[in-house]
Ligand binder design. Structure first.
Ligand code: ZN
Length: 647
């Protein structure tokens, strides 16, 4: 630990030259490169502009699916078939497609299966990205126009060679048939608990082909959920007749799958801002006892979504309400009593995010209670039962936050988890503040990311958040809470809330239903907020730079000379500084110094007008920064008549 050098009483007569204190004399400018250097971003193009917006030539592929599947609850076998209509909107001719077969994470021969990677420490929990046994997906056939197409499966991906190349503007219809024995535990993303099924990543999904990387194919190791194209889905799910299905998309055949009473209650829920029971607790318990023979087919349609998931159980309680035309639904088992509040929590979450980011774009927002730690799909989220209201709200609002990042703003989580989990964790804090306003949880949650800094940002062990999720040892920090702290400081300390909020919501609108990259985000924020932020992204995203601002000393002035406050940036990270000044007459002043203070080097002298008798200086008086050494943050004038204190 290094104490501040204290220089006091150095009154200067005649000359205006004041020797700077301590070793600052040797430190003129930055050594080893300025933190303000421009980042080396990919060149702007007519696809992605220098302003960080989609350009006039922006394109992205489209993938529409028509799927038919049945689930046999005695064998756990999911049998599926259907068509992927793939639209090549790129200017390139494609001779092959890549499919993601995430289910093959459960195949002992997949990369993750062979390596048998141990569970990842995740905060104070562990995250098991394995399948704990189980098996992969069997592709039974892939055809185009009735003719079999060559394909090879490599672990969790498959290459499909097209007999006829797909030209720009062309569409290919790939007919697929597959089966998959649903695992009880599906890498924390899906699975089942008795008769409750949460089914996701369950069909062959075409990989993203984009202007940045071409085909985005990498083995799925469990971390980093997925990166998908948008499209329309028509899905028919055949399940035991006694089961209720919740899914991405809108039910097309309510007359077949719902009772008259359920349809009437749903109609009422569409006019109600508070929860209406579509299936009551008693009805759910009775349904559990009743064996209903046969099967029933539920038909769903979803527009402009990047995936399709579903859940089913015979004994769901089902509540629904409506916010601004959006149906808010909660499905839970009778034992999940905390969930009687979940519909209200969902309603507040969807409204909160819609009002701040971009309006929720889908006809319903549905949450299902179940065995997963929490997982998000378009219109549908999985949330565990929860041990307290606070715990339930945190996960519930977090999974709904994903409807914005990445369901609406579709960045690549397999590469940039901070743009997905991180943006989401940042917005979740505001949602908790609204729901729990006046309660300890709501009134203190904004301190959580800073509190976690001390526990997770361990010097020498921390990794840059720019790394992909499957290279992160501490994903909880690097992908969730460090990005939340970063954006919180960008908002409150660098740009100010008004400037940040407008730029961030404009970014969300501009990239809705599109694929932004980090460079697009950086450029957009700089353009919309009118700031150069290379230093900020470099410090927070591309490095593990640490912050240590210090009061190096004070040269007291007199009635006609300025007082100098010597500040030093001892760490590799630069940030703005806030100073609380106390004067001899007891008055106080707060100074907020913009980050440009460090442009000429790590030493900065703030000049206080003559005639003010300074007695104390304190850096970061609100304690908002993750400063490495608080011992050098303050300066106090020695008692009058005595020399500098001898320490
Ligand atoms: Zn998440």
């Amino acid at each position: 630990m290094r104490k501040a050098v204290q220089v006091v009483g150095m009154l200067v007569f005649g000359s205006s030259v004041v020797a700077p204190p301590g070793d600052a004399q040797q430190r003129i400018g930055w050594t080893g490169g300025s933190p303000f250097e421009r980042l080396d971003l990919p060149a702007a193009t007519t696809i992605r502009t220098g302003a960080g917006r989609p350009g006039p030539d922006y394109w992205q592929q489209r993938a529409d699916y028509t799927l038919v599947a049945s689930v046999d609850t005695s064998s756990q076998l999911l049998t599926g078939s259907g068509t992927l209509r793939y639209h090549n909107n790129s200017p390139h001719t494609l001779r092959f497609l890549w499919l993601n077969l995430d289910a093959n994470l459960c195949d002992p021969q997949s990369e993750a299966g062979v390596l048998s990677v141990p569970p990842l420490l995740f905060g104070d929990a562990v995250f098991d990205f394995s399948c704990q046994g189980g098996s992969g997906m069997t592709l039974e056939h892939l055809t185009v126009g009735g003719h079999s197409v060559g394909h090879r499966v490599y672990g969790t991906v498959a290459r499909v060679d097209l007999a006829t190349a797909l030209p720009p503007g062309g569409t290919v219809e790939l007919e697929m048939a597959w089966r998959w024995t649903l695992p009880e535990y599906g890498y924390g993303r899906m699975g089942r608990d008795g008769t409750l099924y949460q089914v996701a990543q369950w069909y062959p999904r075409v990989a993203v082909y984009d202007d940045v990387s071409g085909w985005n194919v990498a083995p799925f190791l469990g971390a980093g959920e997925f990166y998908q194209e948008y499209g329309d889905f028509a899905v028919a799910l055949t399940v035991p007749a006694g089961y209720v299905v919740a899914a991405t998309g809108t039910v097309q055949n309510p007359d077949v799958v719902l009772t008259a009473a359920q349809r009437e209650r749903l109609a009422r829920a569409r006019r109600s801002e508070s929860a209406v029971a579509i299936v009551t607790a008693d009805e759910a318990r009775q349904a559990r006892q009743r064996a209903v023979p046969g099967t029933r087919t539920w038909r769903f349609v979803a527009h402009n979504v990047r995936d399709f998931a579903f859940a089913m159980a015979p004994d769901f309680r089902w509540d629904a309400s409506t916010w601004d035309g959006t149906l808010i639904q909660t499905f839970y088992r009778p034992e999940a009593t905390l969930w009687e509040e979940a519909n209200r929590m969902s309603w507040v979450s969807i409204k909160h995010f819609s009002e701040r980011l971009a309006r929720y774009p889908y006809p319903h927002a549905t949450t299902v209670e179940g065995p997963n730690e929490g997982m998000e799909y378009p219109m549908l989220t999985f949330v565990p039962r929860g041990g307290s209201r606070e715990e339930l709200y945190w996960v519930l609002t977090h999974e709904f936050g994903h409807e914005w990042y990445p369901m609406l703003v579709n960045s690549n989580e397999r590469l940039y988890p901070w743009m997905d989990e991180g943006f989401n964790t940042f917005i979740d804090i505001g949602s908790v503040e609204e729901y729990f306003a006046g309660e300890a949880y709501g009134d203190t949650i904004d301190l959580q990311p800073l509190h976690l800094y001390a526990l997770h940002a361990l010097a020498g062990r921390e990794q840059a958040m720019a790394l992909p999720p499957d290279e992160q040892h501490d994903l909880f920090w690097a992908a969730y809470f460090k990005p939340a702290l970063m954006l919180h400081l960008l908002r409150t300390e660098v740009l100010g809330p008004e400037r940040f909020d407008r730029a961030f919501s404009d970014y969300t609108e501009a990239w809705s239903f599109k694929h932004p990259t980090p460079a697009d985000f950086f450029r957009f924020m700089e353009d919309a907020a009118g700031a150069q932020l290379d230093w900020f992204w470099r410090g927070w995203i591309y490095s593990t730079a640490r912050l240590d601002q210090a009061v190096a000393g004070v040269v007291l002035g007199g009635d006609s000379t300025e007082t100098e406050i010597h500040l030093r940036n001892r760490g590799a990270m630069v940030m703005p500084a806030e100073l609380a000044l106390t004067f001899a007459d007891g008055s106080k002043q707060t100074l907020r110094l913009p980050v440009e203070m460090w442009k000429l080097g790590p030493d900065f002298v703030y000049r206080l007008p003559a005639g003010r008798s300074l007695v104390a200086v304190e850096l970061d008086p609100r304690g908002v920064y993750p400063d490495d050494d608080h011992d050098n943050d303050t300066w106090r004038a020695p008692a009058s008549g005595k020399g500098p204190p001898g320490r």
